[in-house]
Design a protein around this ligand. Structure first.
Ligand SMILES: *Cc1c(COP(=O)(O)O)cnc(C)c1O
Length: 345
């Protein structure tokens, strides 16, 4: 499989912007830096941030056992996904495949980039219809988005189905693993080098508790990462974000502890939801949220708002009629949710 053939023509020969810090790299040396039109007075952030985010990548590399040359960081996963569109999808010509119900950003970014969207609904178990997906692909279908664990259904896709898709699909396959740390299924990072068309995205927004700093991560072949690095804005991850990310990545024990609490709370919340009379189905969750089918999602959503609890109403999503999505909160928040649900008439 030749990934270069999938690239847009203008990207094949594109030259990266060369920043001052690209041209003279070693910012730690005792030199006079007057090459970037920065303000010399100290604010702690008066200098441009490291455009390569070397420290954060080195730490991620250590944790995930993936070389830095196969890691790209972005201003949230959303920027990472947008870069993939820009690299591979020719506006007003190419298309992508999404598997609704799923994360809304894939189609928003497709619209933004003037890329048409082929939707293949998940089956009734919220699994991908592999045959159907492979049957509709053509030379213009550049990216297939697999979200596993999937938002909003909370389940993981079967490994054999994902493997089939990654091996047979003729374009790029993006596996969005935003929720992987809440799942027992193995990350596809361990298989990265087997598939030249595989891109795995993760984020610090969920398990790492850093949604506010906006740090998304993309793992792929060195070839793909080199391309994405060329087209990303040079200073796309700001210095405060890099510092905060590093601090958190150096305290994994705390992250793991919080994740284990969330998993425990998820188990309790699933059990409690099953006792609520107007909740018909509580779907299995591999994520930090639970999807449940109610008698009347619109009515229950409004009742909860009146009681001061905001959940996500997913009733308009395909296959999700009358479903509500509950993020796992603190023990106190979850108890409040359950107490409130019990009282609703
Ligand atoms: C929350 C979420 C993300 C995270 O996006 P960021 O831009 O990194 O905050 C990515 N993918 C899915 C499916 C999500 O639900």
């Amino acid at each position: 499989m030749n990934i270069e053939n999938l690239l847009r023509n203008n990207i094949k020969s594109i030259k990266a912007y060369s920043s001052a810090r690209d041209e003279y790299k070693d910012a730690s040396t005792d030199m006079v830096f007057i090459d970037a039109n920065e303000n010399p007075f100290q604010t702690n952030v008066n200098r441009y941030p490291d455009p390569k985010q070397s420290k954060v990548k080195a730490r991620l590399s250590e944790i995930k056992k993936i070389p830095s040359s196969q890691i790209l960081l972005g201003n949230g996963s959303d920027e990472v996904l947008d870069l993939l569109f820009r690299a591979f999808c020719e506006p007003n010509h190419d298309s992508i495949i999404t598997l609704p119900p799923t994360y809304g950003m894939y189609s928003v970014l497709a619209d933004l980039n003037a890329i048409s969207i082929n939707e293949v609904l998940l089956d009734s178990d919220f699994q991908p219809k592999v045959e159907k997906i492979l049957a509709i692909q053509n030379e213009k279908t550049k990216i297939l988005f697999l979200c596993s664990p999937n938002n909003p259904t909370a389940n993981s896709f079967e490994a054999s189905k994902i493997e089939n898709l990654v091996s047979e699909f003729k374009g790029i396959v993006v596996i969005d693993e935003a929720y992987i740390d809440f799942s027992n299924t193995e990350s596809w990072l361990s298989r990265l080098n087997e598939f030249p068309n595989l891109v795995v995205t993760q984020t610090l927004s969920k398990a790492y508790g850093l949604a506010g700093i906006r740090l998304g991560i993309c793992y792929a072949s060195e070839f793909i990462i080199t391309i994405l690095n060329k087209i990303k804005p040079p200073y796309n991850v700001n210095q405060l974000t890099q510092e905060k990310a590093l601090e958190r990545l150096n305290d994994l024990e705390k992250v793991e502890k919080e994740v284990s609490i969330i998993l425990l709370e998820r188990e309790k919340l699933v059990e409690a939801l099953q006792t609520i009379t107007f909740i018909e189905t509580v779907y299995n969750s591999d994520a930090n949220f639970i999807l449940a089918k109610a008698d009347d999602a619109n009515k229950r959503y409004k009742q909860l708002i009146k009681k001061g609890i905001v959940v996500r109403n997913r009733t308009t999503q395909p296959l999700c009629k009358n479903t509500l999505r509950f993020s796992i909160g603190t023990q106190i928040e979850n108890q409040k949710l359950i107490q409130t649900l019990k009282q609703l008439k």
